[in-house]
Design a protein around this ligand. Structure first.
Ligand code: SF4
Length: 357
């Protein structure tokens, strides 16, 4: 590695120490107990944007209800959203079902083996296709996410900007050219992920003293491990203000469906007004809707952070004597059992449930 720090053809010589390290340190995770492509696919989708510890109970619950691709293809949207409730990024669940239907209709119920066919399925991008292809099918396909990219940039001492899609594409192609097949393909995919998650840590100090690649790593040798990877600064998130309305009638709370496009498309929500409104403004709006609450009173504020947007919410609670058909009025039990509310509304959902006890 010393003479040719950017030369990927020298990396395969480094696979054995990484694989040995991974075999010795491999974490036992539920989706690693089988090579079932459905389980690997499901886990990879759940793990996007969500921590391993948070995913595990969801993964078990999901598989207990939907143990096969055919069960997933046939599940109702309501039940699917309920199984996903709290995980966030609900389009992941919708895409899973869409892809499951394609697998049933076009591939006889089995996830296709070919990488380019996996890529055709809804919600499966290059990373997930690479993970399924290498782990479940032993194909020489890398799965490059932010963790793997960081490891490779440090190992090779490259200075390419990892926030650019072109960098990820280039690294994926170069790794593909040298990737092993068979059992080692899956182990290498897992090992690279583990190295990025456990040892070659972002922000702060990587644990180079525990790294199987320490002696070959260009960044370590040159003392640049905290300078790499290079990354252009992120755009700051847009702030959106809302007034969330907790409309209560006879122990039931009003919910409604969000529009079919945009953030949290088609999901249930608590009715909300844009901006931070006064109690009088909220009251005026409610009267326009044909609701005549006795009073409107403020409840605590809450914040929810999405990838590109932050919601800054204040809440108003109103007891309504005459419910209208513009909303669905659900009991605490129905909210728990049947209707999935996005995590963004968690603080207000909890407040309602507490009031019903
Ligand atoms: S030696 Fe350090 S910087 Fe290099 S790959 Fe290992 S953990 Fe990362």
């Amino acid at each position: 590695m010393k003479e040719h720090p950017n030369d990927f053809s020298l990396i395969p010589a480094l696979f054995p120490p990484l694989l040995d390290w991974h075999r010795a340190n491999r974490r036992i995770l539920p989706w690693r107990e089988s090579k079932d492509p459905y389980r690997i696919w499901l886990s990879e989708i759940m793990l996007q944007q969500t921590r391993i510890e948070a995913v595990i109970p969801y993964y078990h619950r999901f598989l207990a209800e939907l143990p096969t691709v055919s069960a997933l293809a046939a599940v109702s949207d309501e039940k699917l959203m309920k199984l996903w409730e709290g995980l966030g990024y609900y389009s992941r669940a919708r895409n899973l079902k869409r892809a499951a239907i394609t697998v049933m209709t076009e591939y006889g119920g089995e996830l296709p083996r070919a990488y380019h066919e996996l890529l055709r399925l809804s919600g499966i991008g290059e990373y997930t296709a690479g993970a399924i292809a290498s782990i479940a099918y032993g194909l020489p396909e890398p799965a490059v996410d932010g963790n793997v990219l960081r490891v490779i940039m440090r190992l090779t001492g490259r200075e390419d900007d990892v926030s650019l899609a072109a960098t990820k594409k280039k690294v994926t192609e170069e790794l593909r050219a040298i990737y092993p097949s068979g059992e080692e393909a899956g182990l290498l995919t897992e090992g690279l992920m583990e190295l990025g998650e456990q040892i070659c840590l972002p922000n702060g100090t990587p644990k180079c003293e525990s790294c199987p690649w320490q002696v070959s790593c260009i960044a370590y040798r040159e003392g640049r491990e905290t300078e790499l990877p290079k990354k252009s600064p992120k755009k700051s998130r847009r702030i959106e203000n809302y007034t969330v309305l907790l409309l209560i009638h006879d122990g039931r709370i009003a919910i409604r469906k969000r529009p079919e496009n945009g953030l949290l498309a088609g999901l249930w929500e608590l009715p909300s007004l844009t901006g931070h409104r006064s109690a009088d403004e909220a009251l005026a709006w409610l009267r326009q809707q044909g609701l005549s609450p006795r009073e409107v009173s403020p409840c605590p504020s809450a914040t929810h952070i999405f990838t590109h947007v932050e919601w800054h919410m204040i809440g108003m609670i109103a007891q309504c004597d005459t419910p209208t058909d513009d909303f669905v009025w659900v009991s605490a039990e129905e909210l728990n059992e049947t209707f999935a509310l996005p995590t963004a509304f968690r603080a207000y959902r909890t407040l309602f449930l507490k009031k019903q006890r």
